[in-house]
Unconditional design. Structure first.
Length: 150
């Protein structure tokens, strides 16, 4: 009936033109695979990497919301309020003075702290997790800050 001459097909597949095309396709496929892996990493960072020691954000739980008005200092135990460290959220300084934010991560007995000066009228969206947050005045007077943490 119908027959294929496999010797001609073998010669065709081993020809330099076909090898060049296959090599080009392989390079294109590698670049597409790399781009997809980069996109996957970006989305994982944006929406939270699964880390064993930090519970992921659960959108079914309500966020922790706190409003500190005209205060010189307050410490918020966010981990106790949420039942886990905060992994995302926003902190807004709606007052007229700078606020000094101290992010605290309690790891067993040791505490790690990082300070951040938040100018008035600005918002910060932390990309790290923290257990507690201290809001202090930065020497300009009482601060007014709103915290939303998830």
């Amino acid at each position: 009936m119908f027959g294929f001459d496999l010797s001609k097909l073998s010669k065709l597949l081993n020809s330099p033109e076909v090898r060049k095309i296959l090599s080009w396709l392989q390079g294109k496929l590698d670049r597409i695979t790399d781009a997809l892996a980069a996109l996957e990493r970006m989305l994982a960072y944006e929406h939270g990497l699964p880390v064993r020691d930090v519970p992921p954000h659960d959108p079914r739980r309500l966020p922790f919301v706190y409003r500190a008005e005209d205060t010189s200092g307050v410490r918020l135990n966010v981990a106790a309020a949420l039942g886990k460290p905060a992994t995302r959220g926003e902190i807004m300084n709606y007052g007229d003075t700078k606020a000094l934010l101290v992010f605290i991560r309690a790891d067993g007995q040791a505490e790690e702290q990082i300070e951040y000066l938040l100018p008035s009228g600005t918002t910060l969206s932390p990309s790290w997790f923290y257990d507690a947050l201290e809001i202090r005045d930065a020497g300009e007077g009482p601060v007014s800050v709103q915290v939303l943490a998830q």
